[in-house]
Design a protein around this ligand. Structure first.
Ligand SMILES: [Zn+2]
Length: 338
């Protein structure tokens, strides 16, 4: 009887532990702890199997090995704009104001710095990976090669490497012990993809200036990341409204969490309600990239543009508060620290 009891308790404990372990942990890394600030974009994801991804290093890090990052196996880069690639870094966490964090220029992008510091896999389009690969070569004095298995990898990898894919391509990152990996698909974004001039060569800057031109690195992107617990997160990147949100993100991938970048320029403050309620129809929404201080004292500012938009959303909507680790289940619902 005692043996049965002990077995039963062990079984119950196992069920409880595995239930906890079935959530994806999502930790925004912003300029000011406990707030959603104007320049915030970077987010860390942790799959229940232990795979950890960083979405757009942005201007939110103090260094490639910023202590808030922990292990990073995969770095995602949506486009080349300085506020995503990372042409500046934070002087310190909480430096400057929530409206305008204090940032300083860097010689190589923060994307390259993280890939080098964390011995990570860069998963982005081939055009963007080529640019970051040159910078990583500068930092590590060795090339950032295409991963040995260009569409899949067991993490952690021994040497930093890059994917070889474009919009529509899939990369799977899996730990050695796991049966299943995290599946990352690059999807379209309606934006522009020019590199920050400060990270280009002097000759290139002059040539572009002479023609009033910008240098684009192929299409800008978003991602759909399918975690092993069933969570299917759409990471919008900077984008305006576009038809793939319905046809690809919703009808094909069945995304159940939309992580939506706000901002004026792509018009999402205006089109966001239709994007969420009609096109993507996720179970829940997580907002970032507000380009305004969206919170004060950790609470949504009622007069913010984010607050106006949230009122129009049908699904439950959460804020990417820096340093707060939220947990999402396989249905796309936030279940912890929402
Ligand atoms: Zn942006």
């Amino acid at each position: 009887m005692k043996t049965i009891c002990v077995t039963f308790v062990i079984a119950l404990t196992f069920i409880a532990v595995s239930a906890v372990a079935q959530n994806v942990r999502i930790t925004p890394i912003g300029s000011h702890t406990g707030e959603l600030c104007a320049n915030d974009r970077a987010i860390v994801f942790e799959d229940p199997t232990g795979v950890r991804l960083l979405y757009d290093p942005a201007h939110n890090l103090t260094a490639g090995d910023d202590s808030r990052l922990g292990d990073i196996h995969v770095v995602l880069l949506t486009h080349m704009h300085g506020d995503h690639l990372g042409d500046r870094k934070l002087r310190a966490v909480n430096a400057g104001s929530c409206a305008n964090s204090e940032r300083i220029p860097v010689p190589n992008s923060m994307t390259a710095e993280v890939v080098a510091a964390k011995t990570a896999i860069l998963v982005t389009t081939r055009a963007m990976a080529g640019f970051v690969a040159n910078e990583v070569q500068d930092i590590l004095d060795q090339p950032l090669s295409i991963c040995a298995q260009p569409i899949a990898a067991t993490v952690p990898v021994e040497e930093a490497c890059r994917s070889s894919m474009d919009v529509g391509g899939i990369f799977v990152a899996k730990t050695a012990e796991a049966d299943q990996g995290v599946e990352i698909t690059i999807v379209y974004a309606s934006h522009v993809n020019n590199a920050p001039p400060a990270l280009l060569t002097e000759e290139q800057r002059e040539m572009l200036a002479a023609n009033g031109a910008i240098l684009e690195f192929g299409p800008p992107t978003g991602y759909v990341v399918k975690f092993t617990n069933g969570l299917k997160a759409y990471l919008s990147g900077d984008t305006g409204i576009h038809s793939d949100m319905r046809t690809v993100v919703n009808e094909y991938h069945h995304a159940n969490l939309a992580i939506l970048n706000l901002g004026n320029n792509p018009g999402i403050y205006a089109s966001g309600a239709h994007v969420i309620n009609e096109l993507i129809q996720p179970a829940s929404v997580l907002l970032t990239h507000p380009n305004e201080p969206a919170t004060e004292g950790g609470k949504l500012r009622p007069e913010s543009r984010a607050a106006t938009l949230i009122e129009q959303f049908e699904p439950p909507t959460h804020l990417a508060i820096s340093g707060r680790t939220m947990e999402f289940d396989g249905e796309g619902q936030c279940v912890v620290r929402c």
